[in-house]
Design a protein around this ligand. Structure first.
Ligand code: HEC
Length: 316
């Protein structure tokens, strides 16, 4: 506070704070003189809580922890609606996959879904996409690179068209899970009773049309094994696999896609990888910083260890 204030006039608030500090230092000896040495209190809870109360508390804790987990798990027999989730492991360091995913997302999804908590520029920088390429290929209409990835469709209109407004997808990978998305996007099938002629095994009676019909084609229901709770085939008493005639499996139908099944799986993988990235753009950086923090603590530990030895040297 003794140094010259760079900004010209010294703000009044600063003066007041300095004054109060000065007063505090001035009266401190008086305050200290009033301190009395008190008798050290005996520990208030030397005996601890009664065993019964401790056990009851523990039981309550376990109930409160387990019941919600069970309740959530009970929602469906499987994590992905009528089927177990297919495995997929996002790889946020695979920039090429993420770039392809971004391309699919703006082309196939942004007609209806926004990602309005994200900006084009951030995506371009994070995924190593040059700004001019981003502007030419991934940003449509009059949008500019600094803008949020919002869409023109109004929720009021889309609610009329689809029955539900398509939700924003910025955080969907965290709200659902990458496995759920990966399974959901690959499990649309033909169902003439639905308004769009399709249904979904993961999201029954979904309001979304099968937008990836071009690359995937239109799968149809066929007989397949009924599944037990672990996702394996359900067997009857004599060991035969029980068959679900309605929709136990999906098979290729009349409408073929432009991609093979393997290519399509890869495309959906890329798309979900991108959704995972956009749900937490700092994930890679956060992990990298984590290593530095652990390294710092490791080095600090050496110094603290010797400091501790120094402190206690004369005492033991
Ligand atoms: C023609 C418009 C349209 C397009 C294009 C579209 N969707 Fe949808 N989507 C919807 C609608 C409508 C819903 C709401 C469905 C419901 O709740 O019944 C939805 C729901 C979803 C959901 C479920 C959200 C949730 O958690 O409930 C996901 C995930 C999703 N869409 C992903 C995508 C992806 C990925 C693409 C691009 C491949 C895409 N959508 C393209 C209309 C669309």
């Amino acid at each position: 506070m003794g140094i010259e204030y760079i900004g010209g006039e010294v703000p009044v608030l600063l003066l007041i704070v300095c004054f109060l500090l000065a007063v505090l230092f001035a009266v401190m000896p008086l305050l200290a003189a009033r301190d009395k040495d008190l008798v050290e209190p005996t520990r208030t809870q030397a005996k601890g809580l009664p065993t019964l109360v401790v056990l009851a508390g523990l039981a309550l804790f376990i109930i409160l922890a387990v019941v919600p987990i069970k309740a959530v798990a009970a929602e469906g027999a499987f994590n992905c609606g009528a089927v177990p989730c297919d495995h997929m492991e996002p790889d946020l360091n695979d920039k090429e996959s993420l770039q392809r995913g971004a391309k699919y997302f703006v082309n196939y999804c942004m007609g209806c879904h926004s990602a309005k908590y994200s900006r084009y520029e951030r995506v371009a920088d994070d995924l190593d996409i040059p700004h001019n390429l981003m502007e030419e290929n991934l940003i449509f209409g009059s949008e500019r690179i600094g803008q949020l990835m919002d869409i023109a469709m109004k929720p009021q209109q889309s609610k009329v068209w689809f029955g539900v407004a398509p939700p924003d997808l910025t955080l969907v990978a965290r709200a659902r899970s990458p496995e759920w998305l990966y399974t959901y996007l690959r499990n649309f099938y033909k169902d003439e009773t639905r308004p769009w002629g399709v249904n979904n095994r993961v999201f029954p009676n979904v309001g979304m049309p099968h937008v990836l019909i071009g690359p995937q084609g239109l799968l149809e229901c066929s007989a397949g094994p009924k599944l037990n709770h672990h996702g394996g085939a359900l067997r009857n008493d004599v060991g035969q696999v029980e068959v679900d005639e309605h929709c136990g499996a999906l098979k290729e139908g009349k409408i073929k896609g432009s991609m093979s099944a393997a290519e399509f799986d890869q495309a959906v993988y890329d798309l979900v990888n991108f959704l995972e990235y956009v749900a937490e753009p700092v994930a890679v950086k956060r992990q990298a910083i984590g290593y530095y923090v652990l390294g710092f603590l490791l080095i600090l530990f050496v110094f603290v260890y010797f400091l501790n030895r120094e402190f206690w040297r004369e005492i033991h």
